[in-house]
Design a protein around this ligand. Sequence first.
Ligand SMILES: Cc1ncc(COP(=O)(O)O)c(C=O)c1O
Length: 392
Amino acid sequence: MNIVETENKYTSGVYAKQALTIVRGKGASLFDVDGNEYLDCSSGHGVANLGHAHPKIAEALYKQASTLITLFESFPNDQRAALMEKICALVPGLDRVFFCNSGTEAVEASFKFARISTGRKNIVAAMRAFHGRTYGSLSATFNKKYREGFEPLVPGFCHVAYNNIEALDKAVTDETAAVILEVIQGEGGVYPANAEYIQFARRICDERGALLIVDEIQSGFGRTGKIFAIEHYGITPDLLTCAKSLAGGVPMGAVLIGRNVKNLTPGVHGTTFGGNPLVCAAAIAALNVIEEEDLPGQAAAKGKYLMEKLQEINSPNIREVRGLGLMVGIEIKQKVAPYIKALQENRVIAINAGLTVIRLLPPLVITYEQIDHLVEVLAEVLAADYEADKRM
Ligand SMILES: Cc1ncc(COP(=O)(O)O)c(C=O)c1O
């Protein structure tokens, strides 16, 4: 079978397909069908924080799959109870949890919880924000590229400039159910928030009776050098959404819930697969690995090393390098698409964030040698000027 042709024949069409078939992964490496090794600096859009094919995840999955795979959350289960206790110990003040299966589902749940809790309808989100592609999340997502063609979206949503205290002050009223923010915008271009802005958001929500939702779907589980990026800012939201690497690569989402969230009674929300024993076992194993291997510490140290090395690249093409831990954006003066392609030709897999930012989200277990190699390849690739022809 020709794998590329087969996928191209049967795909829904909603993904821009690469002509690169990946069949295996190990740590920060991916291998194509011919055994060629690629350095993965995307982690499947920020999922593989633990590295690919971590043996502890494989072991937990095998063991639990031979014991019990599925069980609706109405019935208590040993794996789910253990995970609940573990995940609710991560952020003091967030001591309840709702499990689901993806990032967008966690965001959807947080909006429903905010509306049912406050009895209000309005949600304030940020410009450049990305929160997912189902209707509620899409209504909070800013970029019209994701929204166009799908209107009408959910009413009650508005967007205000990110990192702008006055704009937020004006937008939050006594009809606001929630403010939703990423503390470091990922898809929107890798923009960390200012501490004063996030702290203001916390204060204004308290004063006006709105809930603060922080979306840590991309920034969570060690990625920025802390378990959650909120730890850099010293605030606790009312609702925290997470997913991606929560279960070591197996699909899972969660909403951590604070004490201000009310009215979560039986039937208000639910999902068939949420909190099934298989994925809970994987998540317990993932959280153990994050702790045992000090992945947040690794991300902090390696992120600093990577940033310093990137600052040394002497390319007139680089506008800015920014980020937190191993969530890094390189903003360049040209469109990134040809650079991402050139990186891939040099066996480095990276992703974009918007039109002009190369986004690096490597597994947190990437080695220092791999970081050196990444920087070498980046320096080489960024030396090219793909828009020179157009200027002539
Ligand atoms: C900040 C943020 N929120 C929500 C989502 C949506 O998650 P999912 O693709 O699992 O639905 C993403 C995905 O990239 C994200 O980065």
